[in-house]
Design a protein around this ligand. Structure first.
Ligand code: FCB
Length: 476
C-alpha cells in the first residue's frame, strides 16, 4: 500500500457492504413477549413511551425495504426476535420463522444482502425469568435457539452476528441499572453474565459453522472513544484508562485471549474454548466521551462522564448528553481491534439528530475516514448506518431520532431527512472511481478541511436545496 497521503479518489471495493442497521424490537412492533415489553409496561422508559407498532415491520417491513433499495444500499442488518420464535420454553413458532423467511427473501429480491443478528438486547420473558445470561443454562438454551434459526433461515443468509453489544447489555443491565433487569453495581454478576455470553457466543459460532460451512460469524462490539477530562490530572487519566479497559475490552478480550472477564480472571478462571471464535470484527461506533474524577459523585463511583458543549453533538438524551460526534475516532476503534487480524465491519454508526443539523456532516466525515483507512490497507468490508427510519430507542423511547427517514409512529408516515439523499449519493459515488473527487452533494464538492463548522454550513445549504427540490418525489 502507498505510504504517502491516502488517495481521495480511491473507490470502495465493489463488494463493500453499504447498509443500514436495525433490530427486531426497535422496528417490528406488536410483540409483548420479551423483557423489554415488560420493562416498558412497568413505566421504566424515561419518556414513558412504549415500542407499540414501532416501524410496523412485522406487518410490513417490505415498505422500508423499498426505501432501503431507493437509497442504493446493498446490505441491511436486522435481528430475529427470540421471543417470537420460541415464545415458551421449547415451543417453536414456525409461522414466526416463516415471516423471517419472507423478509429475507424480500431483501434478496431487492438485491440487498441480509446480515442477521441473533440477539439484540431482547430475551423471551420465560428466559429472563430463569435469570437470563446470569444462569449457566443460558448457554445451551441459546445454542438450541441458534440451531433452529440456522436450520430455518440458513439458506437465506451467510452473515451472522451472534450478540449485539454484549458490553452495553451488561453495563446498562447489571451495572448502571438503565436496561432490564435494572441491576446496579453488580461487579461479580456482570462478569458472570459476560462469561456466559462469551460461552453462548462460542457455542453459537460452532453451531453455525457445523450447519453452514461458508458462514461468516462475529459479534457487534460497542466502542467508545474515552478521553480524560483534564489530561493533566493523573486521576482523570487513570479513571479514563480503567473505564476504557472495562468497557471496550469487555467480551472482546475474552474472545481474543481466552481469559475470563475481570474480576473472574483474578480467581484463575479461563475460557479457553472461546478463544478466536469469530470470522470478523463487528464495531458499533458512535461517539467520544470525557471521563473525570468527581469527589461528590459517590453514586456513580466518583466518575463523571461529560461532553464539552462546543463539540459537535447530536440531540441530548432525556437525562444526559448523548456524546460528541467524533468521526476521526473510527481509526482508534479499528486500531483497537487490529490484534484480531480479521476483516472489519462497521455494524452501526449514526447520530440522534431530529432536525438533521449535523448528520450530513457526520455521514460525509465517517465515509471520508473509511476511505482513508481503506487506502492504508485496513480490511474494512462494510458500513451500516444506524438507522433507516426513526425507531424505538430503548430506555430513551421515541425521544432520540436516529433515522435517515423521519417517522411519525402514530401515522407511520416517513419523510426523508436531507441525510437520506446524502447517503444515497455517497454510496453511488463511492462505487465509481472515475468520477470520484471526494464526497459531494448535487455535484458540488463538500470539503471537510474547514472542520466541522465549515462543512456543516456548506452541507446544510446544499441539502436544504436538494430536499426542497425533491420533496414528495424522493424515496418513492
Ligand atoms: C446501539 C444499539 C442500537 C441503537 C443505537 C442507537 O447501542 O445497538 O440498538 O439503539 O445504539
Amino acid at each position: 500500500m502507498d505510504n504517502g497521503s491516502p488517495s481521495k479518489t480511491l473507490t470502495f471495493p465493489a463488494d463493500f457492504a453499504w447498509g443500514v442497521a436495525t433490530s427486531s424490537h426497535q422496528v417490528e412492533g406488536g410483540n409483548l413477549n420479551n423483557q423489554w415489553a415488560a420493562w416498558e409496561n412497568q413505566g421504566r422508559i424515561k419518556s414513558k413511551d412504549c415500542a407499540g407498532f414501532a416501524c410496523d415491520w412485522w406487518r410490513n417491513a417490505e415498505k422500508d425495504f423499498d426505501l432501503a433499495k431507493s437509497l442504493g444500499v446493498n446490505a441491511l442488518r436486522l435481528s430475529v426476535e427470540w421471543s417470537r420464535i420460541e415464545p415458551s420454553e421449547g415451543q417453536w413458532n414456525n409461522s414466526a420463522l416463516a415471516r423471517y423467511r419472507q423478509m429475507l427473501k424480500a431483501l434478496h429480491e431487492r438485491g440487498i444482502r441480509p446480515f442477521v443478528t441473533l440477539h439484540h438486547f431482547t430475551n423471551p420473558q420465560w428466559f429472563e425469568a430463569k435469570g437470563a445470561f446470569a444462569d449457566p443454562q443460558s448457554v445451551g438454551l441459546f445454542q438450541r435457539f441458534t440451531q433452529r434459526v440456522i436450520g430455518a433461515l440458513g439458506d437465506l443468509s451467510r452473515d451472522w452476528t451472534t450478540f449485539n453489544e454484549p458490553n452495553v447489555y451488561v453495563s446498562l443491565g447489571y451495572f448502571l441499572g438503565e436496561f432490564p433487569p435494572g441491576k446496579k453495581g453488580r461487579i461479580l454478576e456482570s462478569a458472570q453474565v459476560t462469561k456466559n455470553l462469551c460461552l453462548a457466543h462460542a457455542a453459537a459460532y460452532r453451531t453455525i459453522h457445523s450447519l453452514q460451512k461458508d458462514a461468516s460469524v462475529g459479534w457487534a462490539q460497542h466502542y467508545v472513544v474515552f478521553k480524560p477530562r483534564k489530561p493533566e490530572s493523573a486521576m482523570d487519566r487513570w479513571l479514563c484508562g480503567f473505564i476504557q479497559r472495562r468497557f471496550n475490552n469487555n467480551f472482546a478480550e475474552s474472545i481474543q485471549s481466552g481469559r475470563a472477564p475481570f474480576p473472574l480472571n483474578k480467581f484463575g478462571q479461563n475460557l479457553h474454548e472461546v478463544n478466536g471464535a469469530c470470522d470478523y470484527i463487528g464495531i458499533n461506533y458512535y461517539s467520544r466521551l470525557r471521563v473525570g474524577f468527581a469527589a461528590q459523585s459517590a453514586k456513580t463511583l466518583f466518575v463523571q462522564i461529560s461532553v464539552p458543549p462546543h463539540k459537535p453533538q447530536g440531540d441530548s438524551g432525556i437525562e444526559v448528553p448523548y456524546g460528541e460526534v467524533y468521526p476521526e475516532g473510527l481509526r482508534q476503534a479499528v486500531e483497537h481491534f487490529a490484534g484480531f487480524k480479521k476483516p472489519i465491519y462497521i455494524l452501526e454508526n449514526g447520530v440522534p439528530d431530529r432536525e438533521d443539523r449535523i448528520r450530513p456532516w457526520a455521514i460525509e466525515s465517517i465515509v471520508e475516514e473509511m476511505r482513508t483507512l481503506l487506502a492504508e490497507g485496513i480490511d474494512l468490508r462494510g458500513y451500516f448506518h444506524w438507522t433507516l427510519a426513526d425507531n424505538f430507542e430503548w430506555n430513551e423511547g421515541w425521544h432520540l431520532r436516529f433515522g435517515l427517514y423521519e417517522l411519525d409512529p402514530a401515522t407511520q408516515v416517513r419523510r426523508p431527512r436531507s441525510s437520506a439523499q446524502i447517503y444515497q449519493r455517497l454510496i453511488k459515488q463511492s462505487s465509481f472511481p472515475a468520477t470520484m473527487s471526494g464526497p459531494s452533494v448535487s455535484g458540488t464538492p463538500v470539503s471537510t478541511q474547514n472542520g466541522f463548522h465549515g462543512a456543516l454550513k456548506e452541507i446544510d445549504a446544499q441539502s436544504r436545496t436538494i430536499i426542497a427540490e425533491n420533496e414528495g418525489a424522493f424515496g418513492k
